[in-house]
Design a protein around this ligand. Structure first.
Ligand code: ATP
Ligand code: MG
Length: 133
C-alpha cells in the first residue's frame, strides 16, 4: 500500500553539508520526494512534534537542538514507506545503530542523531498536518 512518511534532516545535517548524501539514499531506494522545504522550526511546533516526550529529562534539550538551525523537512512516498524508512534510519542511539543505516553511518550521539522519521501511520498523518498545512 502506498504510504507517506514525514522525514526531518536535523540541524547538524545542514550544518555539516551532508543533506545531499542523505537525500540520495532515499532516491536511490526508489522513494518519491512528494514535498520538501528548508525551514527553522518554531519552538511551539517542535514541542508539538515531540509532545510524546514532554516531561522526560531530555525534552528541553531535544527542543533546543531541533530548533537550533535550518532543517530539511520532506514528505516521502512509496509502498510501506514508514517501515522502509525507519529501517534505513537505524536505531535511535547511533552507538548501537548498524553500519549501513543512516544513523550508523552519519551520526555519533543520541542527542544529534541526524534524522527523524515517522514511526506509524498515525504519527505520519499528525506530523504531515503539523508541518505541511
Ligand atoms: N535517552 C535520551 N537522551 C537524549 N536524547 C534522547 C534520548 N532518547 C531519545 N532522545 C532524543 O529524542 C528523539 C526522539 O526520541 P524517540 O524515542 O522518538 O526516537 P526516534 O523515534 O528514533 O527518533 P525521532 O523521533 O527523532 O525520529 C531521539 O531522536 C533523540 O534525539
Ligand atoms: Mg520518534
Amino acid at each position: 500500500m502506498v504510504e507517506q512518511s514525514l522525514v526531518i534532516l536535523k540541524p547538524e545535517v545542514h550544518r555539516r553539508g551532508i543533506s545531499g548524501r542523505l537525500i540520495s539514499r532515499f532516491e536511490d531506494r526508489g522513494i518519491t520526494i512528494q514535498q520538501m522545504k528548508l525551514i527553522t522550526i518554531p519552538r511551539a511546533t517542535a514541542e508539538a512534534h515531540y509532545s510524546e516526550h514532554q516531561g522526560k529529562p531530555f525534552f528541553s534539550g531535544l527542543v533546543d537542538y531541533i530548533t537550533s538551525g535550518p532543517v530539511i523537512i520532506m514528505i516521502l512516498e512509496a509502498d510501506s514507506v514508514i517501515s522502509l524508512v525507519r529501517t534505513m534510519v537505524g536505531a535511535t542511539n547511533p552507538a548501537v545503530a548498524s553500519p549501513g543505516t543512516i544513523r550508523g553511518d552519519f551520526a555519533a550521539t543520541i542527542a544529534e542523531n541526524a534524522i527523524h522519521a515517522s514511526d506509524s501511520p498515525e504519527s505520519a498523518s499528525r506530523e504531515i498536518a503539523l508541518f505541511f498545512s
